[in-house]
Design a binder for this molecule. Structure first.
Ligand code: GCU
Length: 432
């Protein structure tokens, strides 16, 4: 038993710590999955990005209405078909159990609520726990930041009243999540600004490992006899994004929350996830995507840091995407979308991209160039993007002044305490 617990704890740490920390402390890796990684700007190669403002039939998008009603849905379909995968229809039967209806915490400054969101009629397996803190002094519904976390809620906040978190074991059992300090949130910094914060753990929705398909929500929607989704059906990232929308389904019902002012945030693979969630679900009024890198905001066509070939290698994160994404490993220039188009799907809502200057694996410059290339879509709405083609230095906050913001911290693949401060300022400016 002791060995089992130890193995479980180690696996948990591997699944939860590895993603964020893997390449942060050390020099960027030069070979991953046997594939060399380029960090030389001279070897990036030339590329032409698909134009977000040109329909597939060659016509131009000239106004915001045709962007929203025609071109945006076209691009979403391209992402579904080629990168994140389509969510099978028939996902219904959502229900909520608000088992903590409002407990005063943190010296009476915050109200804690806890909600179990059931994804299916059978309430035993497919569910997630939503932990919410709202400013106690609020006299009207509070704006809120929804955080998608690598860690169980009980590890994210130091509050004894939180329902103990569960996780999937590698053999598909629901077991208690071991204690960890990973992904801690400082709740009070939000509360004192009058902003609520809610968090949920991504792996409740679908476990983040190769055979997670055997246990998570995607398993329920496999075609009869199939062990994998169709090649253009959802990978794990699309399932996590789907889960965020289910959290939003609850938040919309809560009278103490201003559902028109909800921002969503996540880091790394969860940065990719929040971009896709925001693209699909316009109820998210703002997106803050940290270090989303390849398959997120970074340009795949730039051969710098991680590439589609690295990320979709079957030894790595093939399961996080539609299987068809892998087909573009050696023909990235044929991919009908790229990072700038994922960004453009958030327009006209505010979007903040946060990167780190030594996180070369995630290609912070590729994210900046994607924001530059997405700017014409924001312009359609009379809004601005970076407004420059010069990459800002680390710590430079000058690109936070527009609805399409970009900020690169001094440091690696992480979200630093100073970044959270910037997120709050950005929320205050564009959401409050
Ligand atoms: C790996 C992966 C990245 C991903 C990251 C994470 O580094 O290659 O694409 O963003 O894990 O989720 O931490």
């Amino acid at each position: 038993m002791r060995d089992y617990l130890l193995t479980t704890a180690l696996l948990y740490l591997a699944f939860s710590l590895f993603p964020i920390n893997a390449f942060s402390q050390n020099a960027p890796p030069t070979v991953v999955a046997g594939i060399p990684v380029n960090y030389d700007e001279a070897l990036v190669g030339s590329y032409t990005l698909p134009d977000p403002l040109t329909f597939q039939n060659g016509n131009k998008v000239t106004d915001a209405a045709s962007w929203l009603t025609k071109r945006k849905p076209e691009i979403i379909r391209l992402y579904e078909e080629n990168q994140f995968g389509k969510v099978p229809s028939a996902l219904t039967d959502i229900s909520f159990n608000v088992f903590d209806k409002g407990t005063l915490v943190f010296n009476g400054t915050a109200i804690r609520k806890q909600v179990t969101i059931y994804f299916t009629k059978d309430t035993s397996i497919h569910k997630t726990e939503l932990l919410i803190y709202l400013p106690a002094k609020a006299t009207k519904p509070s704006p809120l930041l929804l955080n998608l976390s690598f860690s169980a809620n009980s590890n994210v906040v130091d509050d004894d009243g939180i329902k103990p978190g569960m996780m999937w074991s590698p053999d598909g059992k629901r077991i208690p999540a071991p204690k960890s300090n990973f992904g801690k949130l400082n709740i009070e910094q939000f509360i004192k600004e009058g902003i609520g914060i809610a968090t949920l753990c991504y792996s409740d929705i679908e476990p983040d490992f190769k055979n997670g398909i055997n246990f998570g929500i995607r398993n329920l929607y496999l075609k009869e006899g199939a062990t994998q989704p169709e090649p253009n059906e959802w990978g794990a990232i699309a399932s996590w994004a789907w889960g965020l929308s289910r959290a939003m389904d609850y938040l919309e019902t809560d009278k103490n929350i201003d559902s028109k002012r909800i921002a969503v945030t996540g880091a790394s693979r969860l940065g990719k996830t929040v971009l896709w969630a925001g693209a699909n679900d316009a109820r998210f009024a703002m997106v803050i995507a940290s270090i989303s890198g390849e398959g997120g905001a970074a340009l795949s066509r730039r051969n710098y840091g991680e590439t589609i070939k690295h990320i979709t290698d079957t030894s790595r994160y093939h399961y996080q995407f539609a299987a068809d994404y892998h087909n573009f490993s050696d023909r990235v220039n044929e991919l009908p979308v790229d990072g700038h188009m994922l960004i453009s799907l958030i327009a006209p809502r505010p979007l903040l991209l946060q990167t780190g200057n030594s996180d070369l694996w995630s290609d912070p410059k590729g994210e900046f160039l994607a924001a530059v290339a997405a700017e014409p879509v924001y312009n359609l709405f009379g809004l601005k993007g970076p407004g420059t083609t010069t990459m800002p230095a680390s710590g430079d906050q000058s690109l936070l002044k527009n609805q399409l913001g970009y900020y690169m911290h001094e440091g690696g693949h992480s979200v630093l305490p100073e970044d959270w401060k910037i997120f709050i300022e950005y929320m205050k400016k564009y959401l409050l």
